[in-house]
Design a binder for this molecule. Sequence first.
Ligand SMILES: *Cc1c(COP(=O)(O)O)cnc(C)c1O
Length: 395
Amino acid sequence: MENKNRAAQLLPQLDFENIQKFAQTQQTPLLIIDLDRINAAYDRLVSSMPGTRIFYAIKACPMDEVITSIAKRGSNFDVASRPEIEQLLALGITGEKISYGNPIKKRADIAFAFTHGVTLYTSDSEEDLINLAECAPGAKVNFRIILDGKGADWPLSRKFGCHPGMAFRLAVKAKELGLVPYGIAFHVGSQQRDIGQWDTALAQVKHLFDALLHEKDIALKCINIGGGFPAEYLKPTQTQEEYGSSVMQYLREDFKIDDLDIIVEPGRSLAGDAGVLCTEVVRISKKSNNDPVRWLFLDIGRFGGLAETEGEAIRYPIYFPDHAHESGEDWGDVIIAGPTCDSADIMYQKDLYAAPASLKEGDRIYLLSTGAYTASYAAVNFNGFAPLRTAILPK
Ligand SMILES: *Cc1c(COP(=O)(O)O)cnc(C)c1O
């Protein structure tokens, strides 16, 4: 009943009556984004981490309305590719509000970014640094260090970053190449449940700051503490206020932060809780008559936007509709799967959810906290299923 209780706990925070009313006029599956919730999450982050600069990682939910809404509140943006930069430019967001945070980028894309006023980049290799020096001369560079992602539901692990010794050498090299060695970046892993991971990372940053200053006379100016702040999934986490105040304290213990540019790159924590995904039951059935577990097939699955259910890493709270809530009704275990003919298209089969006994074909159910990494992960049209449609909740 973990799911039933969690959904009941989260529902009052949502404009749910309005969401349900709007969803009734729409086809499923549909991701509905409530901009008020994004704005509120943005404001909470600002007040929990005063003095920092926020760069929204737009890949989490790249809808124009989301970007425009927080741009009005002063947000900057973290991008990973040229099309993301083009999207921001088309929305009137200028290069100085953009950080090119992907260490893996083509020369032509660096040149494009630089031509459009992007002067802040993240790097983790000498190869990238040489490209930056040629295509974005004089740019500011943050060096990303590698972390293990321990404690995170969606660890980013070993793909990005370099070991601190290499970050040190890259900073020296950047200066030689005429770039500005600006700071150190890291990402503790997405949906990070252990706030102490920021402390561990900052200890490494401190070490690098000191070593570069004393041995090479390079004074770094920036700490990019990445993303990793949580959304509200099945298992509760601490609040943004608790995350923010702890990380600020770790920062103050090691650094004179008033003199530094502290960058935060939230994705999930801004967009996640603002999304509700309305989906329809395509089939609910059993594999044999005496099987205690039912199979619940939804019209959305792994390829339609629920990619983060891989390994059951992200566990969305699921709300079953009112008529399934008659008192005293039995709830039973279900395996939850998507509509395609791919056997990998199963969301939850190890750690089972419970669903009402009366649940039937055609019922609509609601996946909560689905604003981040859903629509942006949907396949183009695998098996003929359209990509996840999105809508802004009308007010
Ligand atoms: C994806 C990403 C983020 C956002 O991470 P969340 O855990 O969603 O907050 C931040 N920074 C970089 C460089 C990223 O790639």
